[in-house]
Design a protein around this ligand. Structure first.
Ligand SMILES: Nc1ncnc2c1ncn2[C@@H]1O[C@H](COP(=O)(O)OP(=O)(O)OP(=O)(O)O)[C@@H](O)[C@H]1O
Ligand SMILES: [Mg+2]
Length: 296
């Protein structure tokens, strides 16, 4: 549908406020407006661990400079799907990815694609802060050094910028040579974000980045994500529904389907839409039950 047609339909909504949501649904059957640049498009994605199919039917577009949240009950495949976006599943024995996952239109699993380069462009921050047992400086300089940057002045500049972007510089600028393990949990997680952005990725994947943090440190990371989204595209897995509602633009809700006969449990993508829609007018009953706390 053209932008003009969209404007016309939205104009109608102001005349008939009660029907506003329904009309918008008609206007945006796909959560990504046609004009928004797509970073990833995913279709028919399924992931297996050996013979076990952990998740199936994943279809979604990730929009540039959006924060996309993955939510759903434990075991529904959020981490499994997240790991597909930078080929981390390659490192897990027995893991196999089926279907299509394209990054800027290029099949991420194509035979000419270099997984090391994929992981440079698409960084990852884990649930538990995992700084290296090295100094704060060396943690952030690690990636750029691997990429071949040797000059001290250049490394210093990169480290400072990454720490500033991760909102950590003021707290650590006088102790850069001290061990990263001496930082608080919230500081360590911001250091891991600095380490991820020091290699100038385009995308940052975050798997429950706040689950080991207290509410103050959590808020700090959420603010940081809002600041980073002008430069990065972020996908975050979270169990915290308020967090998904607060920070994300789009939300994917995953659930576990249990086969009546075999008892097999398979994760699936139930619904993907704008976050406000998922939390106020979900299309699927399972999403509604989950976001209203009736399940999970
Ligand atoms: N390395 C692995 N080997 C075998 N099975 C795995 C592996 N990792 C995950 N699984 C299985 O795949 C399914 C999805 O797991 P996953 O970790 O993706 O779920 P999740 O939604 O991230 O859960 P949680 O919210 O608890 O982190 C689960 O049944 C899990 O047991
Ligand atoms: Mg997980």
């Amino acid at each position: 549908m053209s932008a003009d047609a969209t404007t016309e339909l939205e104009a109608e909504t102001t005349e008939d406020a009660e029907n506003a949501v329904d009309l918008r649904e008609l206007t945006h059957p796909d959560p990504a407006p046609a004009s928004a640049p797509t970073v990833f498009d995913v279709a028919d994605l399924a992931v297996y661990y050996g013979a076990f199919r952990a998740v199936r039917d994943v279809k979604l577009d990730v929009v540039k400079n959006d924060i996309t949240a993955f939510i759903g009950p434990s075991g529904c495949g959020k981490t499994t799907v997240l790991r597909c976006f930078n080929r981390m599943n390659d490192l897990i024995e027995g893991a196999r990815v089926e279907g299509l996952l394209r990054y800027h239109g290029v099949d991420l699993y194509g035979k000419d694609v270099n997984p090391v380069e994929v992981r440079r462009r698409i960084g990852m921050v884990f649930q538990k802060p995992n700084p290296f047992p090295k100094s704060i400086f060396e943690n952030v300089a690690y990636g750029p050094k691997l990429a071949g940057i040797k000059k001290k002045a250049e490394l210093e500049e990169i480290v400072e910028q990454a720490l500033r972007d991760a909102a950590l510089w003021d707290e650590v600028k006088d102790r850069l040579q001290k061990s990263a393990l001496g930082l608080s949990g919230g500081q360590q997680q911001r250091l891991c974000i600095a380490r991820a952005i020091a290699v100038r990725p385009e995308v940052i994947l975050m798997d429950e980045p706040c689950s080991a943090l207290d509410p103050v440190a959590t808020l700090r990371i959420e603010q940081l994500m809002q600041e980073l989204k002008s430069e990065y595209t972020i996908i975050i897995v979270t169990h915290n529904m308020q967090q998904a509602a607060r920070v994300s633009d789009r939300t994917a809700f995953f659930s576990v389907d249990v086969d009546d006969e075999s008892g097999d449990r398979t994760g699936e993508l139930v619904e993907y839409d704008r976050t406000e829609k998922i939390f106020s007018q979900p299309s699927d009953r399972r999403t509604e039950d989950y976001v209203t706390g009736r399940f999970g």
